[in-house]
Design a protein around this ligand. Sequence first.
Ligand SMILES: [Zn+2]
Length: 145
Amino acid sequence: MSATGGGATAGGRMAGRKRGAGFLHERVLRLLELRYPRPLTGLELVEMLLDTGEVVPPSQVYRALKRLIDAGEACKVLVAGGYVPAGPVPAMLFWCRGCGAVHAVACPELFARLEAGATAAGMRDVRSVVEVPGLCGRCAGRNPA
Ligand SMILES: [Zn+2]
């Protein structure tokens, strides 16, 4: 509960060894990559870690996600309420409202245009996120509207 704990927990079942923050960072990124194109929520990540025997409080998972985002290795997909891994090039995020898959498509020209527009508007430190909802090929084929 408290983020400022840190004392020894009585009867704690946590692994005795404390691993560095880098460990969780890596694990979370691997899970995101494993599940791509399906976005994962923070709580799904907590559960997946639990399935492999890692007891990690949600607050730590969210901290790892924040670090991944700050490092440009993951991004949050607002429309999907989850996270996907991010490549080195800014990408448009196509979200399927049928199955929930997110496909990241690199589009440096679009982001260059956005940045130019932002600069013209006097904006600094712009982080554009482009999310485009639609239906993926499979879902569109399944129920042709
Ligand atoms: Zn779909």
